[in-house]
Design a protein around this ligand. Structure first.
Ligand code: GLC
Length: 427
């Protein structure tokens, strides 16, 4: 079993969808398959037109440095980069394909992650709509069938050799890889992919490499796409999400989520113990569109002040205890309550050991807030460690435009506390 401790605590990472077609401002891969209703900006493009931009792909090889710097600044702990999308174009000079970038963009990305202390994830599509043995998609294969034409047994064996060889290349040439993020597996079953052999090979080459559940029959974590599950999956999980509706750079898609929306999603995900893998879409030259840098800057500013309530936390209170997401520090001593709407003067936290509450702070400024506690009269009179409510005064100037975080510091069980009322003598 790979050690997934870092992944379980990471909470925030950066997905990067980039390919030669980013020069054309098109969604990755799907236009050459004729589009999918799941991606509103994936209208059909003839295969030859789609793939034509491979010939002119010459981005700035330094570009990954900037994205990874932004990821780090936003408090992200890891990144996942498209080494090969369904369109088959390798983002590194692969020894096993001539449909590949002559410049080592995977290498540049991995180096940037290492310099910034981010864990390294590689996205790799099992399906390959370019490889002749897969077989390659043509304009006649429309509408896209989700279960494509099959190749002959010989062709399929050759395809698997190529698939395994590229994955081995990625796992041996770039130092320890922390995540292999597979995709496209829906087109075949676990037996056809030889999933078990592939998983075994990965474990041999990179014992601590985590694999997502999109390798049929395997998976160290789950990847709900574009959605935060209402109740958390039992396995470690990660929601991957675009800032607009498109994975690749697509200037036509102007429907961006607001920075507030992204911060709220991050709070919801952290409150359920998952990770948010937030996507960026570099342009063909590697630069990021301003809509995306602006949102990253907003999220970073919020994380600067409030990141302690997200990264390295565990899920916090039950829904009845706090109307919104919440987390807890790993040592359990601090509850972080995320307030996603404007308060009416006070907020209430329920079911907490009220006599052990040492302080309530507005996390962003560390300012101590006044609070009152209450429990049933019998508990107030006789119970040394009653559970009850904490009612916090919320001055208007601590309310954050995205999400206000209250840090409630609770002394450990058995600490010295004020006695219950009956033991304090007459007033
Ligand atoms: C889907 C799409 C793909 C995208 C991925 C990200 O499976 O096929 O375009 O890269 O989701 O989660």
């Amino acid at each position: 079993m790979p050690d997934d401790t870092w992944f379980r605590a990471a909470r925030f990472g950066m997905f990067v969808h980039w390919g030669h077609v980013s020069q054309q401002g098109l969604e990755l891969s799907w236009p050459m398959a004729g589009g999918t209703p799941a991606l509103p900006f994936s209208a059909p493009v003839p295969v030859a037109d789609y793939q034509a931009s491979a010939a002119t792909f010459a981005p700035d090889p330094e570009a990954p440095k900037e994205w990874v710097r932004l990821a780090k600044a936003a408090g992200m702990r890891y990144a996942v980069f498209t080494t090969k999308h369904h369109d088959g174009y390798a983002m590194w000079p692969s020894r096993h394909s001539d449909f590949a970038s002559p410049v080592d963009l995977v290498g540049a990305y991995v180096a940037a992650c290492r310099e910034n202390g981010l864990r390294v994830g590689l996205y790799h599509s099992l399906s390959d709509w370019h490889h002749p043995d897969y077989p390659a998609l043509t304009d006649d294969d429309r509408p896209y069938a989700y279960s494509p034409r099959r190749s002959s047994p010989d062709e399929w064996a050759r395809y698997l050799d190529y698939l395994f060889a590229q994955i081995e290349e990625l796992l041996t040439d770039y130092g320890p890889i922390d995540v292999l993020w597979f995709d496209g597996g829906w087109e075949r079953g676990a037996r056809e992919w030889r999933s078990d052999d592939l998983r075994r090979r990965i474990a041999e080459l990179a014992p601590d490499c985590l694999v997502n559940e999109r390798l049929p029959g395997h998976g160290d974590f789950e990847t709900p796409e574009q959605f935060v599950p209402a109740s958390p999956p039992a396995a470690p999980w990660e929601t991957c999400m675009t800032m607009n509706s498109t994975w690749g750079y697509c200037p036509a898609d102007t429907g961006y989520k607001s920075s507030r929306d992204l911060v709220h999603t991050l709070c919801e995900v952290a409150g359920r113990g998952g990770n948010l893998l937030l996507n960026i879409s570099p342009r063909g030259d590697g630069s990021l569109p301003p809509e995306q840098t602006e949102r990253l800057a907003d999220v970073s500013a919020w994380m600067d002040r409030n990141g302690a309530s997200i990264v390295d936390t565990v899920p916090g209170l039950e829904p009845w205890q706090w109307y919104g997401p919440s987390t807890r520090s790993a040592d359990g001593g601090t509850i972080y309550a995320h307030l996603l709407s404007k308060p009416f003067e006070t907020v209430t936290v329920r079911g907490v050991p009220i006599r052990r509450v040492r302080s309530v702070r507005a996390l962003a400024s560390n300012r101590e807030l006044t609070f009152r506690t209450r429990a049933t009269v019998m508990d107030e009179l006789f119970n040394w460690d009653p559970r009850g409510e904490v009612v916090v005064d919320v001055p208007a100037d601590v309310v954050d435009e995205y999400a206000t975080v209250f840090a409630i510091d609770v002394a450990p069980e058995g600490s010295t506390v004020e006695p219950p009322l009956a033991l304090r003598g007459a007033p």
